[in-house]
Write a protein that binds this ligand. Sequence first.
Ligand SMILES: *Cc1c(COP(=O)(O)O)cnc(C)c1O
Length: 235
Amino acid sequence: MIAMTDLQERLISVRDELPEGVRLVAVSKFHPVSALLEAYDAGQRIFGESRVQELQEKYPQLPADIEWHFIGHLQVNKVKYIVPYITMIHAIDSYKLLTEIDRQAARFAEERQINGLSPKVKVLLQLHVAQEETKFGFTPAECKAFLDSTDWRNLEHVEIAGIMCMASFTENQEQIHQEFLTAQDFFAMAKERYFKDSDTFCECSWGMSDDYPIAIEHGATLVRVGSKIFGPRVY
Ligand SMILES: *Cc1c(COP(=O)(O)O)cnc(C)c1O
C-alpha cells in the first residue's frame, strides 16, 4: 500500500474515533481541490463547504460520488446555484430560505435525478444555542413556533432531516456541554412532537474540530470537522 499523507492520517484518526452511527462531514472550505482529493483517496465521501462560489468551482473538479453538504449561512438568492447537486443544507434559519430551496428543487428535479440525488433536498434547522450574538439560527422558541406553524408541511421538495447547531467558541467545556444538551433536548422534543412517524428526521449536526467529542456525547450523528483534518485555513 502507498504511504499515507499527513492529511490522510489525520482524517483516518478522526474517523476511527467516531462511534457507529456518527458520520464525518469533512469541512474543506478554503482548501484546494488537491486536499479534497487526498481525503477522497482515503475513502472520505461527505464534504462540507460554506461558500457558494467556492463550492461551484470545486464541484465539477471532483468525483461524482461525493456527497456535498452546504454548512454555512446561505443567502436566499444563491440557493439556485447549489440545489442541482447538493445533498444536504445544514443551516436553515428562515421560512423564506426553506421555501426557496423547495422552489428550486422542483425546478431542478431533472438535474438532481441525473446527479443521482433524491428529489427532495435534505435540510437541517439551525438552532441558535451559543451565547455569541453573531451566530445565525432560530432560538429554540422561534424554531418551535416555526414547526408549530405547519406551513412547512406543504413543501414537497424539501425534507426536514434534523437539527444543526454551533456551540460557543470558548474554553469552557461545561458551557459547550450545556449548549449541545440544549440542542439534543430540542431534537428529542421535535422528534416526539412533529416527526414521530417519520424516519427521516434523524440527524443531529453538531461538533467541530475543537468540540466534536463533546458533541458525540450529546447525540451528534454528523460531525463537521475541518481544521483538524485539513490544517489551518488561510483566509
Ligand atoms: C468552518 C466550519 C466548521 C469546521 O470548523 P473547524 O473548527 O475547522 O473544524 C464546522 N461547521 C461550520 C458551520 C463551519 O463554518
